[in-house]
Design a protein around this ligand. Structure first.
Ligand SMILES: C[S@@+](CC[C@H](N)C(=O)[O-])C[C@H]1O[C@@H](n2cnc3c(N)ncnc32)[C@H](O)[C@@H]1O
Length: 339
């Protein structure tokens, strides 16, 4: 209630309208403001993706996430199929996986700054440079003809769009370019729960308000964690540092964790949309009303490994308290002609 009131007040003062969905309020932007949000998002992710590309642990974890098993596809399901990775990111983690599944892959994101990093990662994974077609474009105005693709992947883009107007336009565009009988994979943050609504929201607010904290996050490295731990251990008044193995801290606070923390704080937008809200939009733009929620166990080495079971076993009572509806990976079939 108070959150809604504050968001509405901010929106009124900044002459913006607001949209409410799933108990959450989002300001509505004009098209120039949307483009500015999208561009900031691209710049932030380009930096994060280059960091991922350079770190073996993070890159290997990311590159291992997209498998036929995860999508519950029978083996060879994508062979020869036309696949689009919309909002592919700079390391092309999904596009490279689809190429390996022998699909004809197009990877699209905003601008072309990501092309070099993408090519670098393709060659690292033995993908020929002509193995994946690159396209520049925005998910709310896709540069493709209607019914161009058998399978469309839009992974992690929805939470970062500017507002509900852009989310709806994106889903209508994803519907337009997916063939009838084809599939869309879409992931978004439904959230709720202690970690998202209390901790992440507060940390993001503090990042915006406190320049010392934002400077620290922007240059966060494992060495900074190391300094922090060393200072604490050498200044504890009632214990000795011999009780702790400093190497355990090094594993728990690694490069992968630094990028995850930056991801939470820096993303220009990190909006939550309820499953019902996204489902309504999908149905409106020609997708089946039955969706399949996919699950995967993300193996991490850092401190987040203690939270991985709660991500995976979402029906557990503590998991629900911590993550609410959680992060949603869903696959839906296109059943109707586009509107
Ligand atoms: C969290 S990253 C996900 C990248 C990739 N899909 C993945 O799963 O690794 C979000 C991506 O959405 C892209 N993005 C943001 N707004 C977009 C828009 N309007 N059109 C296309 N891509 C967009 C960003 O450039 C960024 O690469």
């Amino acid at each position: 209630m108070i959150r809604d009131l504050i968001a509405k007040t901010i929106a009124i003062y900044s002459h913006k309208r607001v949209s409410k969905h799933g108990g959450h309020t989002v300001a509505i932007f004009d098209q120039n403001e949307r483009l500015a949000v999208n561009q900031k998002t691209r710049d932030i992710y380009h930096k994060q993706h280059m960091r991922m590309e350079a770190d073996d642990i993070t890159r290997t974890r990311m590159m291992g996430l997209t498998t036929e098993d995860f999508f519950e596809f029978p083996q060879g399901f994508l062979r020869g199929q036309k696949v689009l990775d919309a909002g592919c990111g700079s390391i092309l983690r999904n596009a490279i996986a689809f190429y390996r599944m022998e699909a004809q892959v197009t990877a699209m994101d905003l601008g072309d700054e990501w092309f070099n990093t993408a090519r670098q990662n393709m060659s690292r994974y033995d993908v020929p440079l002509d193995g994946i077609t690159f396209a520049s474009g925005s998910v709310d105005n896709l540069p493709f003809d209607a019914a161009s693709f058998d399978f469309v992947c839009c992974d992690g883009v929805i939470p970062h769009l500017a507002d509900t107007v852009q989310v709806e336009k994106a889903i209508s565009e994803l519907g337009r370019i997916t063939k009838v009988g084809g599939y869309l994979f879409i992931s978004f943050l439904a959230g709720g729960g202690l970690i998202e609504t209390v901790i992440h929201d507060a940390v993001r607010r503090f990042y915006k308000e406190n320049s010392q904290f934002s400077a620290l996050i922007d240059r966060l490295t494992p060495e900074i964690f190391d300094e922090f731990v060393k200072f604490a251990l050498s200044n504890m008044h009632y214990t000795t540092k011999d009780e702790f193995d400093i190497n355990i801290f090094k594993t728990l606070f690694d490069e992968d964790l630094c990028i995850s923390i930056q991801n939470i704080c820096q993303a220009e937008k990190r909006e939550r949309y309820s499953i019902d809200y996204i489902k309504c939009l999908l149905q409106k733009y020609g997708f089946d009303d039955n969706y399949k929620r996919l699950k995967r166990y993300v193996k991490r080495q850092n401190i987040r490994k203690f939270f991985a079971p709660f991500h995976y076993y979402s029906e557990n009572i503590y998991a629900e308290m911590l993550y609410g509806e959680g992060y949603v990976d869903m696959i839906v079939k296109k059943t109707d002609l586009p509107l």
